[in-house]
Design a protein around this ligand. Structure first.
Ligand code: NAG
Ligand code: NAG
Ligand code: NAG
Ligand code: NAG
Ligand code: NAG
Ligand code: NAG
Ligand code: NAG
Ligand code: NAG
Ligand code: NAG
Length: 887
């Protein structure tokens, strides 16, 4: 008994003591969290809720209250994070997408339980602390997108359980260490966009689990180690933009699960091994800008999943194998800049998915096939600089999806077929220059109201420049030079704004911008000249005849007018009588649902007169409700059928977006799905877009310079985008045309829905469809084909330049091949001062304005740096701009 009681006393004492210990440790974690909360200004972490395990971002182990997971990602945080290393039980730490500076604390080496560490998308500096190498349990280490320097420390080889190692977009140098091949569990290894040099370790092939290896944009040398392909799990291999040499090994065919191979912009030599055909899962093969040679192997045709094949700028010869017709998934075939010849491969044109065909700068010597767009949905047809003969077939008009048509520098003959006017989507360029085309320009070209660049120079075209071309409302660049045109150049701003070189070499042309004036010439069309002559003749031959001819002419003209009117009526009736078939619709704002009528909305988008503007992915209409309320309706261009297939998912995404509150974002207030079209509803603001505000103000005589107003707009747009990045949304089409100004000229970033609806990483979009707007596309997109946050910063930089210069992102005035970004960046080379770049109507108003504009110009230059890693983050752009405003 006494023994027992003694024991029980002892036990009780022991238990309460251990409880005390537990409680104390428990309090320790809470104390640590309170201190961290104070340091990082996390207002939600306070003592009000006694159980810290319920605080946001925290989870604890179930049987005690030790903090096991800490997720503070996406919070704009800054401050000292050293204290986190006191949370000794931590297994999972995510601090990504914040604003942390300074060194990564070496005390993190004390978090011995840690399995997941994500410090990516911050501004950590210095070197990678070697202390991290003791984290034996670490499975994922992500320190990408920081400012880390120096070499990859050898101590990291202690991370034996590592599965994911992400080091991309830093300033790391030295070589890729050999011990990397001893990390036998490694499945993801990325170190792209660094300054790594030396060879890719030979034995990387021993890492049997490796699925993804991405080392692009470094200074790596040597060849691809054969052993890499011995690993049967490698799916993605990206080595673009290095200094790699040697042959592509035959062993590449051993790796059956490879889906993406991107080795462009290196110095590889030799041919492509036939074994490529053994990789049945191959989706992307990109090997442009190397020294590869030989014929394009027909074995590619066995890769039935191939979506993109890019072999541009190499030394390939021979023809495009007809077997390529088997590639039914192919979206892009890019073989420009080689020595290929023969016919344009008609077998490929059968592919329904073919989106881009780039054969330019080769020796193709066939004709343009009549079947050119029977089945394909081509958006890019690039055939310039070849030896293509024959006429442009009328069937070209079937290519209604084309965004760009390049046929320049060939041997094309005959007339320009009027059917080109049916290609209403044509917007990037129509280039028929340097051929042997003759005859008159078809008036139908005037229907191309989205076209930015038209080049028909160096042909034998004749007749007048039809005034119907004034329908080309988006035109910026034109070139009519070296033809046989005559008569007056029509009065049309894009024509008169062009340099006279655009019209030179045509003996019969007169009027601005040429110096030859049209005096004495009847400026009107051929038909009017004829009737003028008829009248003259009539006067000569007696009044009676004159009267009857006059009546005939009059009757004829009246009938024509009536016919036209009747035609218009028919189309109008079609539009209004056909009741649109509404499949789904919703209004998210409760007190508005009464006032909104879906039928009216759908009908409004069928009338061109309601069109407000258009972008890469959508057209915007104005819709007036029976209630008198006016809406802005965005009609998505369903370039991608999948858009419709994923309708329910899209609707969910739109509903989610409607809950995204920010002063500088245009939120959807509802949607309508009718037939195969999706309409997004927004509030209507009569002030229009930023593009209209900037570029239409040029012509306004009552323009009042307002730099503070412009700066506020710049800050607002930056804030909207920073918020989007904060919630991990990448915008797919940033342009001044997608910024709407509300009644107070507060900017609202629009077209955010498309970023969710067309997310390329989810494979719901065709690859070319996501490039964004002409002039705003970041240069790296050409080889990464990914829109990224730094890519968004670039596009924003273009908008900021527009605000500062009041110039368009693409303008012929900059010179050939030069856009706004290049023009500004090369100002000093041209010997111009920054002041010559700025809009002088603003910069000359006051010394203070000029100073602020120069500071903003510096930011715009940073944003548009050609190296994505050098661009600031959006949130930093906001801070820098705000600083300008507050000084
Ligand atoms: C915590 O409680 C105090 C006192 O009750 C209160 O003043 C404070 O606002 C609360 N903090 C938060 C973030 O709820
Ligand atoms: C808590 O549970 C984990 C397993 O979930 C176990 O490993 C650990 O020993 C337990 N700790 C205590 C104090 O019971
Ligand atoms: C953070 O605080 C620790 C002391 O707690 C100090 O040693 C360290 O230098 C600080 N780090 C930074 C980046 O200020
Ligand atoms: C890490 O832990 C060791 C002992 O376990 C201790 O001496 C050291 O001070 C700790 N480091 C930091 C930075 O907390
Ligand atoms: C960092 O890498 C890990 C492991 O690959 C990954 O799970 C995580 O999503 C990455 N973080 C970010 C912000 O991309
Ligand atoms: C790496 O960069 C650091 C800091 O910029 C420099 O001191 C060092 O010499 C570089 N090392 C190599 C191998 O290039
Ligand atoms: C890799 O591991 C092997 C055997 O475990 C060992 O002999 C070799 O030294 C290690 N290599 C490196 C670079 O650490
Ligand atoms: C791999 O490709 C070569 C050359 O095309 C072919 O002879 C061989 O049969 C293929 N092997 C397999 C396993 O498919
Ligand atoms: C096209 O060029 C190839 C190679 O120069 C030549 O053999 C062939 O005869 C040419 N075809 C035509 C139709 O000119």
């Amino acid at each position: 008994m006494p023994f027992l009681s003694l024991l029980s006393i002892f036990l009780v004492g022991f238990l309460s003591r251990s409880q005390l210990v537990v409680t104390q440790m428990l309090n320790d974690d809470q104390t640590t969290l309170l201190a961290i909360g104070k340091e990082l200004k996390l207002s939600e972490w306070n003592g009000n809720n006694s159980d810290h395990c319920n605080w946001p971002g925290i989870s604890c182990s179930s049987n005690n209250s030790f903090v096991q997971r800490l997720d503070l990602s996406n919070h704009w945080l800054q401050g000292n994070i050293t204290l986190i290393s006191d949370l000794k039980s931590l297994k999972w730490l995510d601090l990504s997408h914040n604003n942390f500076h300074g060194n990564i604390p070496f005390s993190f080496g004390n978090l011995s339980e840690l399995e997941f560490l994500d410090l990516s998308f911050n501004s950590f500096e210095g070197s990678i602390p070697k202390e991290l190498g003791v984290l034996k349990n670490l499975r994922a280490l992500n320190i990408s997108n920081n400012l880390l320097m120096g070499v990859i420390p050898n101590e990291l080889q202690g991370l034996e359980k590592l599965q994911d190692l992400q080091l991309y977009t830093n300033r790391l140098n030295g070589t890729i260490p050999h011990w990397i091949s001893n990390l036998t569990h490694l499945s993801v290894f990325t170190a792209y966009e660094n300054e790594l040099s030396g060879f890719i370790p030979d034995k990387l092939g021993l890492v049997t689990e490796l699925q993804l290896l991405n080392l692009h944009s470094n200074q790596l040398q040597g060849s691809i180690p054969e052993a890499i392909f011995a690993m049967q799990k490698l799916e993605t291999l990206v080595l673009t933009q290095n200094k790699l040499t040697g042959y592509i090994p035959e062993s590449i065919g051993n790796c059956k699960v490879l889906s993406s191979i991107r080795i462009g912009n290196n110095n590889f030599i030799g041919g492509i091994p036939k074994e490529i055909g053994n990789i049945t899962s191959l989706t992307y093969f990109e090997a442009d800008n190397n020294n590869l040679s030989g014929e394009i192997v027909k074995e590619f045709s066995k890769c039935s999943n191939l979506v993109l094949l890019n072999l541009a700028s190499n030394g390939f010869t021979g023809t495009v194998p007809i077997e390529f017709g088997l590639l039914s998934s192919l979206q892009e075939l890019i073989v420009s800049g080689n020595s290929l010849f023969g016919e344009i491969p008609t077998s490929i044109l059968k592919g329904k998915n073919l989106n881009k065909l780039d054969l330019s700068n080769n020796r193709f010597n066939g004709t343009i096939p009549l079947s050119i767009c029977n089945t394909s949905r081509l958006q890019f047809l690039l055939l310039s600089q070849n030896s293509i003969r024959g006429e442009i077939p009328h069937e070209i008009g079937n290519c209604v999806k084309l965004l760009e048509l390049q046929l320049g520098s060939n041997y094309l003959t005959g007339n320009i077929p009027p059917e080109i006017g049916r290609i209403k989507n044509l917007q990037i360029a129509l280039n028929l220059s340097s051929n042997h085309l003759r005859g008159q320009l078809p008036e139908e070209l005037g229907r191309l109201d989205k076209l930015v660049s038209l080049d028909i120079s160096n042909n034998q075209l004749s007749g007048n420049i039809p005034s119907a071309l004034k329908g080309m409302l988006s035109l910026i660049e034109v070139n009519f030079s070296n033809n046989q045109f005559n008569g007056q150049i029509p009065l049309f701003v894009p024509f008169q704004k062009s340099p006279n070189s655009s019209f030179l070499g045509n003996n019969g042309l007169c009027g601005e911008p040429l110096s030859a004036s049209c005096e004495g010439l009847d400026s009107n069309s051929y038909h009017h000249k004829v009737s003028y002559r008829i009248v003259l003749a009539v006067i000569g031959s007696g009044l009676a005849v004159f009267a009857s001819v006059f009546v005939v002419v009059l009757l004829f003209m009246m009938r024509e007018k009536q016919e036209k009117a009747a035609k218009n009526e028919v189309t109008d009736n079609n539009e209004t009588n056909n009741k649109p078939l509404i499949l789904a619709g919703n209004v998210f704002v409760e007190n508005l649902s009464q006032a909104i009528d879906f039928d009216t909305i759908a009908k409004a988008t069928m009338k061109d007169s309601n069109k407000l503007n258009w972008g890469t992915f959508s057209t915007v209409y104005k819709a007036e409700m029976p209630s008198g309320m006016i809406l802005s309706v965005r009609r998505l261009r369903s370039m991608d059928k999948t858009l419709i297939h994923h309708r329910n998912k899209m609707i969910r995404e739109v509903e989610k977006l409607s809950k995204l509150f920010h002063d500088n974002l245009m939120r959807p207030i509802g949607f309508v799905v009718f037939e195969d079209t999706m309409l997004l509803l927004h509030q209507y603001f009569p002030n229009g877009t930023l593009a209209q505000f900037l570029h239409d103000s040029l012509e306004k005589p009552d323009y009042k310079p307002d730099w503070p107003g412009r700066l506020a707009i710049a800050i607002g747009v930056a804030e909207g985008l920073a918020f989007l990045h904060h919630v991990a949304i990448i915008h797919l089409d940033i342009s001044s045309g997608n910024v709407i100004l509300d009644c107070n000229f507060n900017p609202l970033v629009g077209e955010i829905e498309i970023s969710k609806l067309l997310d390329p990483s989810r494979g719901t979009a065709s690859i070319s469809a996501v490039a964004g707007s002409f002039g705003y596309i970041p240069p790296e997109y050409a080889y990464t084909m990914q829109v990224t946050a730094p890519g968004n910063v670039y596009s924003y930089g273009v908008v900021l330049l527009e605000i500062l210069t009041t110039r368009l992102p693409v303008d012929e005035a900059f010179g050939e091949g030069i856009d706004l970004v290049k023009w500004v960046h090369t100002a000093s080379v041209r010997g111009e001062t920054p002041e010559q770049i700025l809009d002088s109507r603003l910069s000359t108003v006051s010394f203070a304005w000029r100073k602020e504009m120069l500071a903003a110009l510096k930011i715009a230059l940073l944003c548009t740096d050609s190296v994505p890693a050098k661009r600031p983050k959006m949130k930093n752009v906001v801070e820098m701009l705000q600083e300008i405003g507050s000084n």
